[in-house]
Each structure stands twice: as structure tokens, then as C-alpha cells.
Design a protein. Structure first.
Length: 456
């Protein structure tokens, strides 16, 4: 294949990636965006395989087969609640792959590489290793294999910056001496830096760090494109790095906290903490038939979904409930908080599985002005994103914009228990006289409410 056709194919793949990102910015076009991204990736791989003769083609094909055999079942069978940790793992693998490729290129080139290529190699090894190790820690936190609370030990405030300084020093040593041991030591120290970088992050801050590490991986891919003289890697990595950076910034804004507070808040006591103890304070509870009556005779209802909806896989039952209310002439909308769930767009994807009309999904800034004239705010498995503690200084979520369900005439919480949300703090709204709680599995509670509503 001529170089012209290769570059044209790479250009087509790059355009697919750009259009994919554009499509993923809207729930309506997200599926199309996914397909365009997949088409671009397949085109890039095929062109790379056929453009020039490659050594060890059999091993490459075996690696592709093994990756496909592992990746397809994982993507098809993973529960929606486990999607964030799967994304973290995939992101970490990308960072590790970029770092390994850079090391292999360094070992193969000897003393022939320019300073610019060496600098790109150092950057790829350092940031790729940090991304891999940090992503593994975020996976362990979200999977429950280690505590989701911030992990801080004596001396960590000094060890973290010291490790970063050592990594930078080793990077400079690679540039000046081109020693093999130096690049290996750089990889090892960078892995330690990645672990130390993520350990102090806890609770609801973990998804923000996943987004940041995703940006790191994109930058390493871009740098590896420079190392390999591959324009497509440079373009794709830059797109991922830029979009990941913007997403991280938007998520930090949605939490109402600076990114430094997310990363280093545990050292000053301002990090979100992870699940706390269940409360034994008295609350007002009701049954499914009571909820059905409240909803049936309401004029406007706002539903705020959260992680508990995903855990219960209750999106189908919720959609059935909303359809019945629509038939009764009740105006229903969904209030979607930017960080509801465990990753950006978590609730959008979950509700799309149940074929909820996009028109009913409203972002926080759009739904908040409607809440003072809302009869019932139905909170399904959410806590932190509606917690008025965000308006109080000194709490782990202080300053975080929330959905103002406390401004509705009545509030109904569907909760499994009185345990706090992911931020680990109690919600005073649960004890307000306008609030009532329906305890139990969200899917069972909604199904019973649907049954009761049909009998009215």
C-alpha cells in the first residue's frame, strides 16, 4: 500500500475519532458516535497491518485474538454498576501499553535517537506508568477490594513529592546518559508514584481521578505517536488527552471543588470520605401504595436517579412507572446530576437501556428552576447529589452544586437502608417533615408502586 493511501486512511480514521467524540457529547447520538469510533479504530489497525511488512505477525495476531477473547465478554457481561472500574482497567492497560512500547523502542534504538525522541520516550514511560498504577488502585477502590476511603500514612506528604522528584531526576538521567537501567528505574518509580498519587483520593472523588488518568493515557499515546513517527497515534492521543482534561475540569466543577482538593484533600481533611455508618435517627416511612397515590394526584414529578438505581437494575420498572404517570397526564422529568452514579453519563446510559425518551432527561441547571413548582421529587438511589450539606461550609461536599429537591412540595426517597451515600455523610433532608422514605430494593419498591398505581 502506497504511503499516500496509508495517510488518507489514517486521516479517515482520525475524522471518525473526532466525529465519535462529537456524537458522545449527546445521548441521542452516543450510539452512532460509538460506532464511528469503532470503525475508525478497525480501519487504523487494518491499515497498520497491511501497509508494511511486520515482524512477528503471528504473535501480533495471537495477541489480538487473546485481547478480543477477553474484551468482548467483559464488555457484554459487565454490570452497569461495574462499568466505572472496567473503564479504569481499560484505561490503565492503555497507559501500560504506551509505556512498554516506549521502553521497547528505547532498547531497540540504542544511541541513535534524537533528544526530542528521548524526551517523548521519558514522558511516555513516566506518565504511562503513573496512569497504569493509578488506574489499578481506582479499580480496587471501586470494586471494593480495598477501602474507598482516602489512604494516608505518616510521611506520605513528603514521600509523594519526593517520589515525583526522583522520577523527574531519572528522566533527566535517561536523556543525558541513555542508560538502560535508568529507564527501567524510571518505570518502577513511576509505578510507585501512580499508587501514591491515587491512594489519598476517596469516596466520590474517585471517578474524577479516573477521568484525569484517562487524560494521562491519551497524552502518553500522543507521545508514543511521536516516538513511533505515527501521525494517527498523535492525533488520537491528543483527542483523548484534551477531552479527558476537559471532562476532569467539568466533573471537578460539578463537585464544586478544585482539582487540587480532589487529589490532595485527604492531607487537609477535605476529601470525600467514602461510606459511613448507618443512622438510627427516626424518619417518616410509607408504603408503595402511599407513593402511588402521591404520584397519581401530582401535577409535576421530578425523578432524581442515582447509583442505587443501577445497583437494583430498576430502570425498567422506573420507566413503566413513568409511562403510567404520563397516561394520567402527570408531567414527569428526570433530573440528571453531572456526577450521579460512578462516572459521567452513568445515569444517561442506564436510562437509555430502558428507552427513556431523551426529552425527559434534564440536566441539573435545567431542572432546578422547576423544583419549587414540583409536587413530588422522587429520589431513587441517590443521596450526595441532593444533600443540602453541600450548602454548608466544612462538610466533605461543601460547595458542590446539587439538585434542589428540598424545594419541592414533597420528597420521597427510595432507599435500601439508612447508610450514607458514597461521600460518607448523612443527609439531613431525610429527617425533614416534608420527606418520606420507602425502604427496600429499588426494583421491588418500584414494581410494587406500579402495581398499586394500576389499581387506582
Amino acid at each position: 500500500m502506497s504511503d499516500t493511501w496509508v495517510q488518507l486512511a489514517y486521516l479517515a480514521a482520525a475524522v471518525c475519532f473526532i466525529l465519535a467524540l462529537k456524537g458522545l457529547s449527546s445521548p441521542r447520538y452516543a450510539r452512532r458516535g460509538n460506532w464511528l469510533g469503532a470503525i475508525g479504530a478497525v480501519l487504523a489497525v487494518v491499515v497498520t497491518l497491511v501497509a508494511d511488512p511486520l515482524d512477528h505477525m503471528a504473535l501480533i495476531l495471537v495477541a489480538i485474538a487473546v485481547g478480543t477473547a477477553l474484551g468482548v465478554p467483559a464488555a457484554r457481561t459487565v454490570a452497569m454498576t461495574a462499568m466505572p472500574q472496567l473503564v479504569a482497567l481499560f484505561n490503565g492497560v492503555g497507559g501500560a501499553a504506551a509505556a512498554i512500547v516506549a521502553i521497547v523502542e528505547f532498547l531497540a534504538s540504542g544511541d541513535n535517537e534524537s533528544k526530542g525522541i528521548l524526551a517523548a520516550t521519558v514522558f511516555t514511560v513516566l506518565v504511562g506508568s503513573v496512569s497504569f498504577a493509578g488506574s489499578v488502585v481506582t479499580f480496587l477502590k471501586l470494586q471494593g477490594l480495598m477501602t474507598s476511603r482516602p489512604v494516608v500514612f505518616p510521611g506520605m506528604q513528603l514521600l509523594l513529592p519526593l517520589t515525583a522528584v526522583v522520577a523527574v531526576f531519572l528522566g533527566g538521567l535517561v536523556l543525558s546518559s541513555r542508560e538502560t537501567w535508568a529507564v527501567m528505574a524510571l518505570a518502577a518509580v513511576s509505578l510507585l508514584l501512580g499508587v501514591l498519587f491515587v491512594l489519598p483520593v476517596g469516596g466520590a472523588d474517585v471517578p474524577i481521578v479516573i477521568s484525569l488518568l484517562n487524560a494521562f493515557t491519551g497524552l502518553t499515546v500522543a507521545a508514543s505517536g511521536f516516538v513511533l513517527d505515527n501521525v494517527l497515534l498523535l492525533v488520537a492521543g491528543t483527542l483523548v488527552g484534551a477531552s479527558g482534561t476537559l471532562l476532569t475540569r467539568l466533573m471537578a466543577q460539578a463537585m464544586g471543588r478544585p482539582l487540587t482538593g480532589t487529589l490532595f484533600g485527604a492531607f487537609s481533611g477535605t476529601s470525600t470520605l467514602g461510606g459511613g455508618q448507618a443512622s438510627d435517627r427516626p424518619v417518616r416511612s410509607l408504603g408503595p401504595s402511599d407513593v402511588a397515590v402521591m404520584l397519581a394526584y401530582a401535577q409535576r414529578v421530578v425523578i432524581v436517579p442515582g447509583y442505587g438505581l443501577a445497583v437494583a437494575q430498576a430502570q425498567g420498572a422506573l420507566k413503566e412507572l413513568v409511562d403510567l404517570l404520563d397516561e394520567r397526564g402527570v408531567e414527569v422529568s428526570y433530573g440528571i446530576h453531572p456526577v450521579a452514579g460512578r462516572m459521567p453519563g452513568h445515569m444517561n446510559v442506564l436510562l437509555a437501556e430502558a428507552n427513556v425518551p431523551y426529552e425527559q432527561l434534564k440536566e441539573m441547571d435545567e431542572v432546578n428552576p422547576e423544583l419549587p413548582s414540583t409536587d413530588v421529587a422522587l429520589v431513587v438511589g441517590a443521596n450526595d447529589v441532593v444533600n443540602p450539606a453541600a450548602r454548608t461550609p466544612g462538610t466533605p461536599i461543601s460547595g458542590m452544586p446539587i439538585i434542589n429537591v428540598d424545594q419541592a412540595e414533597s420528597v420521597v426517597f427510595l432507599k435500601r437502608s439508612m447508610r450514607p451515600g458514597f461521600a460518607g455523610i448523612d443527609n439531613e433532608l431525610l429527617y425533614d417533615e416534608k420527606t418520606q422514605l420507602l425502604f427496600g430494593d429499588a426494583k421491588d419498591s418500584l414494581t410494587q408502586t406500579v402495581t398499586a398505581l394500576k389499581s387506582l
